[in-house]
Design a protein around this ligand. Structure first.
Ligand SMILES: Cc1cc2nc3c(=O)[nH]c(=O)nc-3n(C[C@H](O)[C@H](O)[C@H](O)COP(=O)(O)OP(=O)(O)OC[C@H]3O[C@@H](n4cnc5c(N)ncnc54)[C@H](O)[C@@H]3O)c2cc1C
Length: 389
């Protein structure tokens, strides 16, 4: 039965949960400790907001691997197609880019945020900003939410406090403490979609250089984990292909496993052909690779290369010292263990009346609109279920 709901965290997941719950008749309050809700949204997609991806729900789940199965019900509640329809009806029509990313036609993240805030306001959602939620306690007949102004009673609580990347936007990991204090388990958070700092490569000559396509493997991987564009920076490596595998690298480093990336700089050319090229005339790599990189390799790795040894173009290795950390990570990997959440409702299996949505959960997707889609879908399902149950 609809009642009073406190949504803790006014990011994409929290705002979507609030809208869904209010539409179902609940009296909804959103509390966010930053100065304004949806702050991180403004940074998304470089200010253009890659709102979702052009995929059917089944393909979306497949792209996420084993963890994706948790999202079946949430995506049935709000699929990528439904996200587009939702925003179109809210006055933010979207368009599909060549790589399947969906962005607003206006290319403005600010329009996405404004549409959410306007819709929430129209539905009577009470938005309280600069309100830090410091405690959540179960009562006999509901929940007590503690803030600087005291304790406030609600029938239900939805925790949508995000992860801990870009803490300046408000996602400072404090939601993890609220959940673990209630007995939920936390998978240790590590930065994902984050640039990597090299331990052994002096990138000063390569800084700013982009190479595409490359294929990247980690340690003894037989098959590349990713393929795409690589960017050399003053500290090491970035670019979509590196960001794509950075969550895996981050987790390995956190567990104490040393990481060396093996980069195939000519993934479409067979190793034998590259070997022959180097044996006959190393200068011919000039036409095959960006000139700065070709010169860098010729002065270094190629001059030491002998037939029979790993080819430095097919196996350009970079040892990784560390990631650039949460301040530069677009996403948090880890979070509240999904096994403790009912995927059909987003309700805690430990506490009836407590719901979860968004990046606070141990769920993250690749780049390309996956993470916002997770926020929309889990937020929509949490809001609808909290209102119904
Ligand atoms: C630079 C950047 C670019 C990105 N680009 C994209 C993109 O284009 N496409 C995409 O799919 N994803 C993108 N992402 C990821 C995406 O923004 C996140 O996955 C998404 O914002 C998660 O939504 P959320 O609502 O779960 O959490 P958040 O957006 O982190 O929101 C959580 C909210 O909770 C509030 N909060 C936290 N703790 C408390 C507390 N104790 N009390 C009160 N309030 C609290 C915070 O202030 C915050 O407003 C990007 C991320 C970054 C950093």
């Amino acid at each position: 039965m609809p009642g009073t709901i406190c949504v803790t965290g006014g990011g994409p997941a929290g705002l979507m949960a609030a809208i869904a719950a209010a539409r179902s008749g609940s009296v909804v309050t959103v509390m966010d400790h930053s100065g304004g809700a949806g702050t991180k949204l403004l940074l998304t997609g470089g200010g253009r907001c890659n709102i979702t991806c052009f995929l059917h729900s089944a393909d979306f789940v497949r792209r996420l691997g084993p963890k994706g199965r948790f999202l079946g019900h949430a995506l049935a509640s709000m699929s990528p197609g439904a996200t587009r329809e939702f925003f179109s009806l809210a006055g933010v029509p979207t368009t599909v880019e060549a790589d399947g990313r969906v962005v607003p036609v206006s290319q403005r993240a600010v329009d996405v945020r404004r549409a959410l805030l306007e819709m929430a306001a129209t539905l009577g959602v009470r938005l309280q900003t600069s309100v830090d939620v410091t405690g959540i306690k179960r009562l006999d007949d509901g929940w007590a939410v503690t803030t600087g102004s005291g304790s406030h009673r609600f029938d239900k609580v939805i925790l949508a406090t995000g992860g801990m990347s870009y803490a300046s936007t408000g996602s400072d990991g404090s939601g993890y403490r609220l959940a673990t204090a209630l007995g939920h388990t936390l998978t240790r958070p590590v930065p994902a979609e984050v640039p990597l700092i090299s331990a052994d490569l002096d990138t000063s000559r390569l800084q700013g250089l982009s190479v595409e396509p490359v294929a990247i493997s980690i340690n003894a991987d037989r098959r590349p984990r990713t393929r795409g564009s690589l960017l050399f920076t003053h500290f090491g490596l970035s670019g979509p292909a590196v960001l794509d595998i950075s969550g895996d690298v981050s987790r390995m480093l956190d567990e104490g496993t040393p990481v060396t990336l093996s980069i195939d700089l000519l993934p479409d050319t067979p190793a034998k052909e590259v070997d022959e090229m180097l044996q006959s005339d190393p200068r011919c790599i000039q036409g095959r690779l960006p000139s700065r990189l070709a010169a860098f390799l010729k002065d270094g790795a190629i001059s030491d290369w002998r037939p029979g040894r790993p080819n430095p173009i097919k196996r350009f290795t970079v040892k990784i010292a560390r990631t650039r950390g949460f301040d530069h990570a677009m996403v948090t990997r880890g979070g509240i263990v999904t096994g403790e959440i009912d995927p059909a409702t987003m309700q805690s299996r430990l506490h009836p009346g407590l719901f979860f949505a968004g990046e606070i959960l141990d769920l993250d997707g690749p780049m390309g609109g996956f993470n916002l889609q997770i926020a929309w879908a889990t937020g929509h399902l949490a809001g609808t279920s909290a209102s119904a149950g």
